[in-house]
Ligand binder design. Structure first.
Ligand code: ADP
Ligand code: MG
Length: 318
């Protein structure tokens, strides 16, 4: 179990992480999401022990981790950390890069390298020099490299940022199935929620250095507490209640995803079409109510300026 308690941290006198606490079980997959600059990378560096914290503690299985001021070489042995700007040895082969941390005494070394190459789907490049790989391929090698010694905890910072969508889904599935099978706790920092939604046991949302949500993907998606949280999952409509009911004076709004708004024949809330965007499976229609713009899904494109009626799914006002 990894346990963070009341962690606050600033590079200068300004705190960039504020009173962060959470727990993560062995074998869990935790996704940390937040906009850029919210503090995700800083949090991973604190967990790994690269940054000294004055306030708060990090424990791994009841042992307090000491941090860089108390260790000769920063970083914990049982953890591996893949920074955003991963570093590889450009003039050596993929195989040598992955094998760098596996002892040559290890009888299973070559088997282990083959296994990791398979997870990141780089088997055919094992003898290629890293400098000749694409950005996405380098990133896959970097992921394999941090897994080489089978850490107990793996910290990955935006691990799929250079990998194209075509490959991303397969890679994510293979990687997370592999980590689960080895019971490795994996914490991934990402601003892309598709990295998190299907695989994460928990999603932690940070905003301006504060942990504002810690829950399962399903709970966060179906009941987002704010437009900021919902916006990681989909386009989100924040509609003031007074736009729907002119008598409303509460100043509250409802949050609706585009698939929670439907076109109706006659009755409903009046709106006017502004644009239709082709999205493959359907169209995203931009429409205007009174003052607010909203987006909903529809199976065909609609004419610009067409008057329409809309029905909203039930939603809690916030
Ligand atoms: P994220 O990974 O979510 O994009 P970071 O953890 O990198 O966010 O940054 C959080 C905040 O800390 C930002 O405001 C950033 O400018 C600041 N910051 C990051 N690294 C440093 C540093 N080495 N020195 C000073 N400020 C930093
Ligand atoms: Mg970052």
């Amino acid at each position: 179990m990894l346990k963070l308690t009341n962690i606050s941290f600033g590079y200068t006198s300004k705190e960039v992480l504020k009173n962060i606490s959470f727990k993560a079980k062995n074998g869990d997959y935790i996704a940390i999401i937040g906009e850029s600059g919210s503090g995700k990378s800083t949090l991973l560096e604190i967990i790994y022990g690269l940054l000294h914290i004055e306030k708060g503690t990090v424990h791994w299985n009841d042992e307090k981790l000491l941090g860089p001021n108390f260790r000769l070489i920063p970083g914990e042995d049982f953890m591996k950390y893949l920074p955003q700007d991963f570093d590889l040895m450009p003039y050596t082969t993929v195989e040598e890069n992955i094998g760098k941390y596996i002892s040559s005494q290890d009888k299973n070394k070559s088997k282990r390298i083959r296994e990791l190459l398979k997870v990141v789907d780089m088997t055919e490049f094992s003898q290629t020099k890293v400098k000749n790989l694409s950005g996405g391929q380098k990133q896959r090698v970097a992921i394999a490299k941090v897994m080489a010694k089978e850490p107990e905890v793996l910290l990955l910072d935006e691990p799929f940022s250079h990998i194209d969508n075509f490959r991303k889904n397969i890679l994510r599935r293979d990687l997370f199935n592999y980590l689960k099978s080895k019971n490795i706790l994996c914490i991934v920092a990402t601003h892309d929620t598709t990295d998190a939604l299907s695989f994460a046991d928990k999603i932690l949302v940070i905003r301006n250095g504060k942990l504002i949500a810690n829950s399962t993907p399903e709970k966060l998606y179906t009941n987002p507490k704010s437009a900021y949280i919902a916006s990681f999952f989909d386009e989100i409509n924040k509609i003031p209640l007074c736009e729907i009911d002119s008598k409303d004076t509460t100043k509250k709004s409802i949050l609706l995803y585009p698939n929670q708004i439907k076109l109706t024949e006659k009755e409903g809330i009046k709106a006017k079409v502004v644009a239709s965007y082709f999205k493959g499976k359907n169209y995203l229609i931009e429409a205007i109510l009174n003052k607010s713009t909203l987006f909903f899904e529809h199976h065909v494109a609609l004419e610009i300026n067409q008057k329409i009626f809309l029905k909203f799914a039930k939603s809690e006002a916030k």
